[in-house]
Write a protein that binds this ligand. Structure first.
Ligand code: MG
Length: 382
């Protein structure tokens, strides 16, 4: 079980849930470091509440111009930028990191923490989508455990329970997102507000749009490939609007195990924090009779064309997944800024993927360069 935790992405949605779980178990955990981008007021509040002395900030410019230092207790040690995050990741006081930095900025700090043999509680799927090959190889080499916080992967992890050798396939469930009842024709007129209205999960804007396009599920399929050492044929997805079953594992003997829980991220976070033990969480019991029925259906590719693109990336052995990440980031950013239409997200990802020449970068640095190249290609397509 972990005791001393460093939280990356402390002021975001996963950070919030993690802090709630830790707050209820203050005698069991200590927060030894915090990292955030620019929400200094909130960060300082958390630092004071938990007596955290080491703080990493990525938006240094805003920190300086707002004189945010005065918000923190005297004696706080500040670290800045990517370098600061990597330094915090190897800090001796922490025995585990919780990685919830959105996007690919979590890759290098995660790699650094693995090098320092810290347990990794991983919420940022981009880390594995872009760098899964390097991250998992290094973790294996050093005997570092990666505990998945992403609810689907946490569900698979719980269902596996040591039966990795006997897995036939995994089935990731998908809520279908805010547009699952649209017709393909209605996608032409989807506004930002429609795509942000997620029926079950309350998350950040980027991941909510990714959920509407089902790019999120595609990224999660790639994440699952690395996390559980699966081949693409072993990974599938099914739309399950109730979001009660968080994923399934089918074993070679025909048994299908699913993990059911109310939709709160506190549940997978608590599972990782207390692993291999279990503790009470604030989570209410599921009332199966109230839920009544659970439904499952195949994803409609006319409604979710991006999912097909993502599956091509899952099957690709090279860096196509990194191209998908870069293109999607640019497209979603532009959609949220209301610079492009909803259907342009698909167009931009699709055209950026077509520009990919299939180079097989064999280094982490190469994978990172592929993402930034994809970003530039996508930017030019806006
Ligand atoms: Mg998920």
């Amino acid at each position: 079980m972990v005791h001393n935790v460093i939280i990356f992405g402390a002021t975001g949605s996963i950070g919030n849930s993690t802090i709630s779980v830790i707050r209820r178990n203050r005698d069991r955990f200590r927060i030894t470091g915090l990292s955030a981008h620019s929400n200094f007021t909130k960060l300082a509040h958390i630092a004071r509440e938990f007596g955290v002395k080491k703080i990493a900030i990525t938006d240094r410019q805003k920190f300086t111009s707002e004189r945010a230092e005065s918000l923190f207790p005297a004696g706080t040690v500040f670290l800045f930028g990517m370098e600061g995050n990597c330094e915090l990741a190897v800090d001796d006081d922490g025995d585990a990191i919780l990685m919830a930095i959105p996007g690919t900025d979590g890759i290098l700090p995660t790699m650094a923490a693995i090098g320092a043999r810290k347990t990794i509680m991983l919420a940022s799927k981009e880390v594995l989508v872009a760098a899964g090959k390097f991250i998992t190889a290094e973790a294996k080499r050093l005997g570092v455990q990666i505990l998945p916080i992403d609810s689907e992967h946490n569900a698979i992890f719980q269902c596996l329970a040591g039966g990795e050798k006997f897995v036939k396939r995994v089935i990731l469930t998908a809520s279908g997102g805010p547009l699952r009842n649209h017709t393909p024709n209605q996608l032409k007129s989807v506004a930002k507000g429609d795509a942000l209205r997620h029926p079950t999960w309350s998350m950040g804007a980027k991941i909510t749009i990714d959920s509407a396009t089902m790019v999120n599920k595609g990224l999660e399929m790639i994440e699952a490939k690395w996390l559980f050492d699966l081949i693409p044929e072993q990974i599938s997805t099914i739309v399950h609007p109730e979001s009660i079953v968080h994923s399934f594992v089918e074993f070679c003997d025909g048994s299908l195990l699913g993990q059911l829980a109310p939709h709160s991220m506190e549940s997978p976070i608590a599972h990782c924090l207390f692993y291999p033990f279990r503790e009470r969480t604030g989570s209410p019991s599921l009332s199966l009779s109230e839920i009544g029925r659970l439904t499952f259906m195949e994803p409609n590719y006319e409604l979710f064309p991006c999912l097909r693109l993502a599956k091509t990336c899952l099957n690709d052995g090279g860096n196509m997944a990194s191209v998908l990440l870069g293109a999607d980031e640019v497209a979603v950013e532009a959609f949220l800024a209301e610079k492009i239409t909803y259907l342009d997200i698909y167009r931009i990802i699709s055209e950026t993927l077509s520009s990919y020449t299939g180079e097989r970068e064999q280094t982490l640095d190469g994978a990172l360069k592929t993402i930034s190249r994809a970003r530039s290609v996508a930017q030019a397509l806006l």
